[in-house]
Design a binder for this molecule. Structure first.
Ligand code: F6R
Length: 615
């Protein structure tokens, strides 16, 4: 969601503020702005819509200044307008804000009574007025911010700029992440490390309740951090390995396409970080998982939740472990029963999803073990968990998750094998077969990607429809859900995923010649049943696209001779562990090419944000 950038330098910062905001675009936003100090006073430029509009404004009315803050806003309180765009500023202070001020309504009422004049509908503006009042009472900028933070409730990250302070920024974190960067002569604030890539290698992540004062005295940068109790603290310095290459599109038209094509590598990297294929053994992140438990509870949102659904099939079948899969936003507000014996597994690409974080807090309060699978290593969820396993997907910039999802599946498959081995629930022969199939997986995916012309061709049909149905059974049912989600979020075509066996219980009423039905049907234990469901939809005139393997394709051709499918796409052979990973690729490519043909904003689909930090 919203993005924050801040820079103190000895040269003009406005171009670099815009560059930082450009790198934060992937988080999702609908307006943007920057503010600097010029001749001691606060000056700002803001624009509704894409960053290009703000760049035009800055080109027409350049902004001077060696110190500044910038923001990409994803609207929560107040519509998408220039007046609601951050920075919120008056003569005294400018502020940018990620998150939500929960008690803003009562604060606003009091501020208006004290004479504050509001120029926006945002919750952020209350922070600006409170800090201003405290500074008028004679407090220093730091004390004014500290006092203001004691009055506001919610989850947020804030960066402040003050009149007559052209060498100092203040940053504060409660709930939403903030990272600081320092070079020999410059200081930076970012809502994530990606914002600061190319400028700094050493980062410092603020912790809950921290307030940081960043000062550049002549050429000497200094950061002072006080914790929630007001004590001066040192936070560890971390090296970032995010390179500008890793966050550029390269030769691809979109980040999403680049990320789909990166999967042979990201899957291989993730596998190698967890298992040794040669000697069929596990590496330390998996070996560390040694706490006894009686069942598993998987908690996640969106695509990550679907990864959890796949894992339920795996853990139950191969390791004989009872698994519940929970949507974080529901779990956190239910009254779950904690038995102290449950391993809670959180799956999250960003590691910042607010509902998943709240669910983790609830679990910790009830003294159960928390294991998280995250892609962003310094994220809040990673830091709050008892055990963490990192997916090696690298930065995922496209809003629609692709390579992070398959990397999550790889981690879950490896965990499943570990538990199955410990519980002796799979034979030595199966064990070796699974390892060998893992070894072949990146190659199979490369082969599939080399033949991506077929997805392009299928997209010419799909981009003309208004609705689509995805069907799968067993481990491929969650992939049908993921296929429908991918299509709807980037192409805006309404799509639903169903377990094929549920069709007769309602959705079959939707079938007519205008309804494409996309079926995921490897020749597995569920194949025959799925094929019967295909016959049922073909008989009702649906246009059916089936993804299967060689054995399945033969049987489908034989059995659907009279009612031909629109297309049968033959994928490499798979097993229960590799099929959901392999069958994810076609649904990603189909969604991508369909959206691309429709001309939608594939990487930043409307209304969506990469990291969902509000409820
Ligand atoms: C869909 C998508 C979302 C995320 C969800 C959870 O393509 O990306 O559904 O999966 O918002 O996000 P994380 O995994 O960051 O917790």
């Amino acid at each position: 969601m919203c993005g924050i950038i801040g820079i103190i330098s000895q040269s003009n910062v406005s171009i670099r503020l815009l560059e930082g905001l450009k790198r934060l675009e992937y988080r999702g936003y609908d307006s943007a702005g920057i503010a600097t100090i010029t001749d001691g006073g606060i000056d700002r430029r803001r624009a509704e819509g894409k960053l290009e509009k703000l760049i035009d404004v800055v080109n027409d009315h350049p902004l001077e200044g060696h110190i500044g803050i910038g923001h990409t806003r994803w609207a929560t309180h107040g519509g998408v307008t220039k007046s609601n765009a951050h920075p919120m500023a008056n003569e005294t202070v400018a502020v940018v804000h990620n998150g939500i001020i929960e008690n803003f309504a009562s604060l606003k009422e009091n501020l208006i009574k004290r004479g504050a004049v509001f120029t926006s509908d945002t919750d952020t503006e209350v922070v600006m007025h409170i800090v201003t009042f405290h500074m008028q009472e004679g407090l220093t900028p730091f004390k004014a911010v500290q006092k203001a933070l004691s009055q506001i409730k919610g989850a947020f990250a804030l960066a402040f700029l003050f009149k007559n302070h052209d060498n100092m920024l203040i940053a504060a974190r409660r709930g939403s992440p903030l990272v600081l960067g320092m070079t020999e002569s410059e200081l930076f604030i970012g809502s994530d490390a990606i914002a600061l890539a190319s400028w700094v290698k050493t980062l410092c992540y603020l912790e809950e309740g921290d307030i940081a004062t960043l000062t550049l005295n002549d050429t000497t940068p200094e950061i002072i951090i006080s914790d929630a109790d007001g004590e001066i603290v040192q936070r560890p310095l971390r090296q970032t390995n995010i390179t500008v290459d890793a966050i550029s599109k390269g030769a691809f038209t979109h980040y999403m396409l680049k990320e789909i094509f990166e999967q042979p590598l990201t899957i291989s990297d993730t596998l190698q970080s967890l298992i040794s294929i040669e000697d069929e053994s596990f590496h330390s992140p998996l070996l560390a998982l040694n706490k006894p438990f009686s069942k598993i509870r998987i908690i996640a949102c969106g695509t990550s939740y679907y990864a959890g659904m796949v894992a339920k099939y795996w853990f139950e079948k191969l390791a004989h472990i009872h698994v519940d899969v929970e949507i974080a936003s529901e779990f956190r507000y239910r009254t779950p029963v904690f038995d102290g014996q449950t391993l809670n597994l959180f799956i999250t690409q960003s590691g910042e999803t607010i509902d998943t974080m709240a669910a983790l807090t609830l679990v910790k309060q009830n003294n159960e073990t928390c294991l998280s699978i995250v892609n962003v290593s310094e994220s809040s969820i990673a830091r709050a968990s008892d055990f963490v396993i990192h997916t090696m997907a690298g930065p995922e910039i496209g809003v629609a998750s692709t390579k992070a999802f398959t990397a999550q599946l790889v981690v879950l498959a490896a965990i499943c094998l570990k538990f199955a081995k410990e519980r002796c629930t799979i034979s030595e022969t199966e064990w070796t077969q699974y390892f060998q199939s893992f070894a072949k997986l990146p190659g199979c995916i490369s082969e599939l990607l080399r033949n991506d012309g077929i997805y392009h061709q299928l997209a010419t049909h799909l981009c003309q429809v208004h609705h689509a149905l995805y069907l799968g059974r067993g481990v491929n049912f969650p992939i049908a859900l993921e296929g429908a989600l991918k299509l709807k979020e980037i192409s805006y075509i309404h799509a639903e995923g169903y377990p094929a066996g549920e069709l007769k219980h309602g959705p079959i009423a939707l079938i007519d010649p205008k309804m494409p039905v996309i079926v995921l049907a490897p020749h597995d234990e569920w194949f025959e049943k799925t094929l019967s469901n295909v016959q049922e939809v073909l008989a009702r005139g649906a246009k059916v696209i089936i993804f299967s393997d060689e054995k399945g394709t033969k049987q489908i051709i034989e059995q659907t001779k009279t009612m031909k499918c629109l297309e049968i796409v033959t994928l490499p052979e798979s097993n229960i562990l590799t099929a959901p990973i392999l069958f994810t690729l076609p649904i990603q490519l189909l969604a991508y090419y369909t959206a691309h043909m429709k001309g939608t904003d594939v990487d930043q689909p409307r209304n969506l944000a990469k990291s969902v930090t509000v409820e």
